[in-house]
Design a protein around this ligand. Structure first.
Ligand code: GAL
Length: 378
C-alpha cells in the first residue's frame, strides 16, 4: 500500500476517550458526510483505545466489547464503508493498550488478520506496556510485516510519540505515518510546545512516512477527554494551519456531530487543506528574519507546480512584524523575479513584492498562511 498524502479523518480519543460505542460511530460517520468533511478529504473514521473486551477469546482473538458494539466490529465497518468513508482502529505493540485493554504483542499476525476480516483500513499502533527487552523498531516491524501480509490494504499509523529516536528507525518498519510528539491537550500551551518541537523534525518531513503531530483539537473548546482550558478561535486557526503547513495528518478530534460555524470554517478551508495535501509533499524550511531567534516561526515549502507556501506562526505573547528576504526562498535580486502574494485565510491578493516581503502586524498567537506565485519583477 502506498500512502501518497497525509491521511485525513477523525479519531475518537480527544473528545470521547473511553466513551465510545456503535451509536456514536454511526452518527459520526453520518456527520462526516453531511458536514462536508468527506468531500473536503477527511476520509478515515478511526476508533481509538477502549473498544475491546478485557480478554481475548479462546482462539486468542480480540473481541469487541459487546455492550459498546453489540453488532460486532464488522457491522460498524460496513456502516462506515456504506457512507464512502474508510474505517480505522487502534491497538498497541505492548501486552496492553495504554488504557489497559489487550495489546498485540506476540499476537501481531492474528490481530492483523482479525482487523482485515472486519474490513479495517487504518491501524493506529501505540507504544505502552512494551516488553523492556524488545526494541521499538522491532515491535513496529512485527506489526508492519503482519499488516503487509494480511491480505488487505491497511494504513499503518505508528504512535510511539517520537520516543527512543523514532525518527531514526520508523521508515524501516512499514509505517505510513509516525507520531513525533507526546499527546496533545486542548490548550494553547500544548499547541505551542508541539509546534516548537517540530523545528527538530523539519528534515524528517517529506514523502514516505508522514510526521504525525497528533489529532486536532480544533473546536473542542475545553470539552471532552483531553479538553483543558480550550483555545480562542485564532489559536485554533494557528493550530490547524501549523499542522496543515508541516504536512501532518489532519485527524479531527472534536465532536463533529456538533460543530459551530467557526470550527467548520477552519477544518474545511480548501486552500489550507491544499497546502497539506500538495502532491509534492516537500520538506519545509526556515526562512525570514525571525528564524531561530525566537518563537515566531517563519517557514516556507515549495509546492507542486512552482508556487511557494509560507506559514508564519507567532507563538509569542506579543505582536510581531516578520519579513522574508526573497533570497531565502531562492529568488535572488539578479533573477528578475518577484512574488505575487495571496493571503490564504483572508482570501485576498496582496500584490507583487520584489526583494523582500513584509507581513502586516501579526498579533500574539496568530498566524499567516500565504501562497507565493513567482512572477516577473516590474
Ligand atoms: C496514547 C496516545 C493517544 C491515545 C491514548 C489511548 O498513548 O498517544 O493518542 O491513543 O494513548 O490510550
Amino acid at each position: 500500500m502506498i500512502v501518497r498524502k497525509p491521511p485525513m479523518g477523525w479519531n475518537s480519543w480527544n473528545t470521547f476517550g473511553r466513551n465510545i460505542d456503535e451509536k456514536l460511530i454511526m452518527e459520526t460517520a453520518d456527520a462526516m458526510v453531511e458536514s462536508g468533511m468527506l468531500d473536503a478529504g477527511y476520509e478515515y473514521l478511526v476508533i481509538d483505545d477502549c473498544w475491546s473486551e478485557k480478554k481475548r477469546d479462546a482462539n486468542g482473538r480480540l473481541v469487541a466489547d459487546p455492550e459498546k458494539f453489540p453488532n460486532g466490529m464488522k457491522a460498524v465497518a460496513d456502516y462506515v464503508h456504506s457512507k464512502g468513508l474508510k474505517f480505522g482502529m487502534y491497538s498497541c505493540c505492548g501486552s496492553m493498550t495504554c488504557a489497559g485493554y489487550p495489546g498485540s504483542f506476540d499476537y501481531e499476525f492474528i490481530d492483523a488478520e482479525t482487523f482485515a476480516s472486519w474490513g479495517v483500513d487504518y491501524l493506529k499502533y501505540d507504544y505502552c506496556f512494551r516488553p523492556m527487552d524488545q526494541q521499538g523498531h522491532l515491535l513496529y516491524k512485527k506489526m508492519g510485516l503482519a499488516l503487509a501480509n494480511c491480505g488487505r490494504d491497511i494504513c499503518f499509523s505508528a504512535c510511539s510519540w517520537g520516543a527512543d529516536q523514532t525518527n531514526e528507525w520508523i521508515k524501516q518498519t512499514g509505517a505510513h505515518l509516525w507520531r513525533s510528539t507526546g499527546d496533545i491537550v486542548d490548550s494553547w500551551d500544548s499547541v505551542k510546545s508541539l509546534i516548537i518541537k517540530q523545528d527538530e523534525y523539519l528534515t524528517t518531513n517529506g514523502q514516505g512516512c508522514f510526521n504525525d503531530m497528533d489529532m486536532l483539537i480544533v473546536g473542542m473548546r475545553g470539552k471532552g477527554n483531553v479538553g483543558l482550558s480550550g483555545c480562542t478561535d485564532e489559536e485554533y486557526r494557528t493550530h490547524f494551519s501549523a499542522w496543515a503547513f508541516l504536512g501532518s495528518p489532519l485527524m479531527a478530534g472534536g465532536d463533529v456531530r456538533d460543530m459551530d460555524e467557526t470550527t467548520k470554517s477552519i477544518l474545511l478551508d480548501k486552500e489550507i487543506i491544499a497546502i497539506n495535501q500538495d502532491e509534492a509533499y516537500r520538506q519545509p524550511f526556515n526562512c525570514g528574519n525571525h528564524w531561530k531567534i525566537n518563537d515566531v516561526k517563519v517557514w516556507a515549502k515549495y509546492l507542486e507546480g512552482g508556487d511557494i507556501a509560507i506559514g508564519i506562526f507567532n507563538l509569542t505573547d506579543h505582536a510581531a512584524d516578520p519579513f522574508i528576504p526573497l533570497d531565502a526562498l531562492g529568488l535572488s535580486r539578479v533573477s528578475g523575479k518577484a512574488v505575487s502574494v495571496r493571503d490564504l485565510w483572508k482570501k485576498e491578493e496582496l500584490g507583487v513584492y520584489a526583494d523582500v516581503f513584509r507581513t502586516d502586524h501579526i498579533p500574539a498567537h496568530e498566524c499567516r498562511m500565504y501562497r507565493f506565485k513567482v512572477v516577473d519583477a516590474k
